[in-house]
Design a protein around this ligand. Structure first.
Ligand code: FMN
Length: 328
């Protein structure tokens, strides 16, 4: 890859670029594996744009769903990854096998305690990755053979621990381990990306800012909601997980766009768990795709989304704005 740098200070993103090259990518930007949003089309678009595209298998992930998305990556010129959720793999262990058989460059499994999967993934010549929320988490993951850690700040969209904000967390994780660390959570503007690269991240793991891109699996109504939302329109809640009876560990609430449903039930999840009628009403509203109720995962960078664009344009703008360089 040729970096065309504008006159002035040379941006210190060399280590991050070196990591991208080791992974077979041109720029150190990875799309987060977003269940129901990051399918094969988005992953392929991110890889084609020079990054590392990931297919996300979330709570509704399955072997069938993965097999449906993988063909989009056939013949792609660049690396791709697959991201899984620990408790979903526990329910369908073949999901990890099928992910390994697909020969991605990277496999992430997040939201679990047992990191035994990492050795299996590494033995297959694939880099294992996971999201971490503290220096202690990071040391444990490194010791288990996880090759890339994602320091995920509380600003992030979707599920995650309620821990420190990204920059202090990143510092703590970088101090704790030797393996490459990607930054995640609230990165939506070039200045956010510049800050994490300057802090020493080997790259960025981008969720929300790519969720509204033209290639995502999100509905048009979902994309519209992301474009219209401001940065303070998100809320951390367990209400949807409890309402849908999903077995998410309580320590991982989700950051979603605020809705009438989150207003009503956040903080009252125990009551919701006992309220069969409320849960039935949620199921019906979800089946009808009622936008006042449907959950849309989004991080605090959501205010940076101003239109629906191809993923390549989002990545180019972030990279050029952060580094003064163009991807070629
Ligand atoms: C729509 C959406 C779905 C997500 N689904 C998953 C998932 O299935 N697996 C996972 O490991 N992380 C998932 N995440 C969390 C991301 O991995 C990452 O932590 C987060 O997107 C980073 O913050 P940001 O959204 O502010 O960029 C999801 C995030 C979003 C926004």
């Amino acid at each position: 890859m040729e970096l065309v740098t504008t006159p002035g200070e040379q941006f210190p993103a060399h280590d991050a670029i070196a990591w991208a090259h080791r992974m077979g990518a041109r720029i150190p930007l990875v799309n987060a594996p977003m269940g129901g949003v990051a399918g094969g089309r988005l992953a392929a678009a991110v890889t084609a744009a020079g990054g590392l595209g990931m297919i996300g298998m979330g709570s509704a992930g399955s072997v069938r769903a993965l097999q449906r998305e993988l063909p989009h990556l056939r013949g792609i010129d660049g690396p791709f990854g697959i991201g899984l959720v620990d408790w979903v793999v526990a329910g369908e262990p073949r999901l990890l096998e099928v992910a390994i058989e697909a020969r991605p460059a990277l496999i992430s499994v997040s939201f679990g305690e047992d990191l035994g999967w990492a050795a299996r993934v590494a033995d297959a010549g694939i880099v294992p990755a996971t999201q971490v929320y503290s220096g202690q988490d990071a040391r444990r993951a490194q010791a288990a053979g996880v090759g890339v850690l994602v320091a995920r700040g509380v600003e992030g969209g979707g599920h995650g621990a309620v821990n420190a904000s990204l920059l202090p967390l990143l510092e703590e994780v970088l101090d704790a381990v030797m393996v490459p660390v990607l930054a995640a959570g609230g990165i939506g503007a070039p200045g956010d990306l510049a800050a994490v690269l300057r802090a020493g991240a080997s790259g960025a793991w981008l969720g929300t800012c790519l969720a509204a891109s033209s290639e995502s699996l999100l509905s048009d109504a979902g994309r519209r909601a992301l474009v219209e939302a401001r940065g303070d329109d998100t809320v951390l809640t367990r209400a949807y997980d409890v309402g849908m009876e999903l077995p998410w560990p309580a320590k991982f609430p989700a950051r979603v766009l605020r809705t009438g449903f989150t207003d009503r039930w956040t903080g009252r999840e125990e009551e919701l768990a006992m309220d069969a009628a409320a849960k039935r009403a949620l199921t019906a509203a979800l089946a009808a795709d009622d936008p006042a109720v449907a959950p849309i995962d989004a991080g605090q960078g959501v205010g940076s989304i101003t239109s629906v664009e191809p993923a390549a344009r989002v990545l180019e703008r972030l990279w050029a704005g952060a580094t003064g360089s163009v991807v070629s």
